[in-house]
Design a protein around this ligand. Structure first.
Ligand SMILES: [Zn+2]
Length: 154
């Protein structure tokens, strides 16, 4: 169970971002969670309710966006998206290769926050810019690499 540490990360990221934008209150936090990241929404919500007490993020709504798994074939380059775990595909459906790489589904990051002016502040839009923040270092690669993931072979 690493949701406690993860939730502390979410909270500090959101508060930092709010302060940078001179916002007093955070009303919502958008989280992107890959289906393979083993994060349990309810646990994050539970810890968040506790940790956010007395902070600018108290009573903020957590919005969870689940991302399904994307695999790319290292031989033919075919991408297979929207796969639900457990990932049971052993062979590329196009060429039969077994050299498949996970491109998506392990990500976990704060995509954006909403602050008390009632305006939506998209601080990070998936695949179009850099992350607002990487919450957990072990997932930093899938987060930071969301732009570069079109070329799995280096
Ligand atoms: Zn293939």
């Amino acid at each position: 169970m690493h949701e406690l540490a993860v939730t502390q990360g979410i909270l500090s990221v959101a508060i930092d971002a709010a302060q940078q934008h001179h916002a007093r209150h955070i009303t919502a936090i958008d989280l992107v969670i890959g289906e393979l990241s083993s994060i349990v929404d309810d646990s994050v919500q539970f810890y968040f309710d506790y940790l956010s007490q007395g902070t600018p993020a108290e009573h903020a709504t957590l919005r969870f966006q689940r991302r399904l798994v994307t695999l790319v074939c290292l031989d033919c380059g075919k991408r297979n998206t929207n796969i639900r775990p457990p990932v049971s595909i052993q062979n590329c459906p196009d060429c039969g290769s077994t050299r498949l790489q996970i491109l998506g589904g392990m990500e976990f990051y704060v995509e954006s926050i909403e602050v008390d002016e009632g305006q939506y502040h998209p601080l990070y839009v998936a695949n179009e810019g850099k992350c607002l923040a990487i919450v957990a270092p072990e997932w930093s690669e899938s987060c930071a690499g969301s732009n570069a993931s079109s070329s799995p072979r280096t």
